[in-house]
Design a protein around this ligand. Structure first.
Ligand code: SF4
Length: 354
C-alpha cells in the first residue's frame, strides 16, 4: 500500500500579510487622488484587442477569475493573462449563457449590447442557476470582487434555505431568493469569501455560521450569530454536515449536502485548469499545506458526487469511488509517498486503501 508523507509546517504567508494590510488600509481622501485617475479608469474600460470582432467584448479590468469561461465556455476563453471573447454568441442559448456570465462577472468587465426588457426579465428570473446533477443546490452568480470572484450557492430545503458564502449584494437576486422561500442560514466557509454577508443577513434575518477562528471585527464577522467552536463535525439540519478543513486558512470549513451528494468546498478544493484534476491551491495557502492535505485525507470517504468550489468550475463524478480516487490523487501528487501510510502533520498517521 503506498503512503504519503506530508512535508513542512504552517507558513508565515507573506503574500497573505500583504493582502490583509492592503485590505485594512483606509481609502485615500478624494483630494489626494491623482487627476489622471478618471481618465485611466476610462482607458482600462476599453475593449481588449484579443476579443474577436463583434458586439460582445471584455475590457482591461478583467481579474482572470475564470467565471465567464466556465459559465459560457463557447464564448469566452483565456487569451494572454485575461479573458476575451473567442467566439461571438451565435444562438439564443449561447447569448443566455453569455448574459448570465456578464451578470456574474465580479468586475463588470464584460460588455454586451443593451437587452430588451423581455430579455432582461428572463435573464434575472434564471437566477439562481441550476447545477448539473443537483436537485436542490443552485449557483447564485453575482460574484463579488471582494471575494476575488468567489462563487456562492443556494440550497433550497423544506426546513429552511441555506446560502453558502456570499454573492455580491443584489436587490434583484434578493427578490429571486425571497420568491424561493428566503434565506434561513448563511454558511460562510472562511474569511476570504464572506463578501456582503451582513447585507444578506439583514435582508433575510438569517443566522450566519462561521468558525470562530475566521471571525474578525474588520469584516464584521465578529457578529455572526452561530460561531463554530472546536473541531466538529456539526449538523446544520437533516443531511447538512459541516466539516472543519484547516489548511487554506486555520478555521476553514466545508459543507456536505447529502441529498445531492454535493461538497460545497470553499477554497479547500478546486478543479485545476493546468492539471485537469481535483487539486488544492499551493500558491493560495495562507495557513498550512500539510494540514490542508490532512483535511483532504479526512474526507476521502465522504460519498461525494459534486465538488462545488469557491473558485473555478464545478466538478462532477460518476460515483463516490471516482471522487475518492480523485481525492487520493491530490494526496499522491501534492505529498510524498513512502512506506504505506499517510503521515500528516502533528505526528498523526492514517492508513488509506488506495
Ligand atoms: S468573469 Fe469577468 S473578471 Fe472573471 S475572467 Fe471573466 S471577464 Fe474576467
Amino acid at each position: 500500500m503506498p503512503s504519503i508523507r506530508l512535508l513542512g509546517g504552517p507558513r508565515s504567508g507573506s503574500y497573505s500579510s500583504f493582502i490583509r494590510q492592503a485590505q485594512s488600509r483606509p481609502p485615500a481622501p478624494a483630494s489626494s487622488r491623482h487627476p489622471l485617475t478618471v481618465r485611466a479608469l476610462k482607458e482600462v474600460r476599453t475593449r481588449r484587442e484579443e476579443n474577436v470582432p463583434g458586439d460582445v467584448y471584455v475590457d482591461h479590468t478583467c481579474i482572470d477569475c475564470d467565471t465567464c469561461r466556465w459559465m459560457a465556455p463557447s464564448v469566452f476563453g483565456r487569451v494572454g493573462d485575461m479573458s476575451a471573447v473567442t467566439r461571438q454568441p451565435a444562438t439564443p442559448e449561447e447569448r443566455q449563457r453569455a448574459l448570465e456570465a456578464t451578470i456574474s462577472c465580479p468586475t463588470f468587465s464584460i460588455h454586451m449590447p443593451r437587452q430588451s426588457p423581455e430579455e432582461t426579465a428572463q435573464l434575472m428570473s434564471s437566477f439562481p442557476l441550476p447545477i448539473t446533477g443537483c436537485r436542490d443546490v443552485f449557483h447564485c452568480g453575482h460574484h463579488a470582487e471582494s471575494t476575488f470572484g468567489g462563487a456562492s450557492y443556494f440550497i433550497r430545503r423544506p426546513d429552511g434555505n441555506i446560502l453558502v458564502d456570499s454573492p455580491r449584494w443584489s436587490p434583484t437576486l434578493a427578490a429571486r431568493l425571497e420568491a424561493l422561500g428566503g434565506v434561513d442560514t448563511i454558511f460562510l466557509t472562511h474569511r476570504d469569501d464572506v463578501g456582503d454577508h451582513a447585507r444578506w443577513a439583514a435582508r433575510f434575518g438569517a443566522k450566519r455560521v462561521l468558525h470562530r477562528r475566521e471571525m474578525n471585527a474588520r469584516q464584521g464577522t465578529d457578529k455572526v450569530e452561530r460561531p463554530l467552536d472546536g473541531t466538529g463535525p456539526w449538523s446544520l439540519g437533516e443531511g447538512l454536515t459541516v466539516y472543519l478543513t484547516p489548511g487554506h486558512t486555520e478555521g476553514h470549513a466545508v459543507l456536505f449536502y447529502a441529498p445531492d451528494a454535493a461538497l460545497l468546498a470553499g477554497d479547500h478544493l478546486f478543479l485545476s485548469r493546468r492539471l485537469g484534476r481535483l487539486a488544492i491551491s499551493i500558491t493560495h495557502n495562507w495557513y498550512s499545506l500539510p494540514r490542508q492535505l490532512e483535511s483532504v485525507a479526512e474526507l476521502v470517504d465522504l460519498p461525494v458526487r459534486h465538488v462545488l468550489p469557491g473558485h473555478g468550475r464545478p466538478m462532477h463524478f460518476a460515483s463516490a469511488d471516482e471522487y475518492r480516487a480523485a481525492a487520493l490523487e491530490v494526496l499522491r501528487c501534492d505529498g510524498q509517498w513512502d512506506d504505506g501510510s499517510l503521515r500528516a502533520v502533528g505526528g498523526r498517521t492514517r492508513e488509506l486503501q488506495v
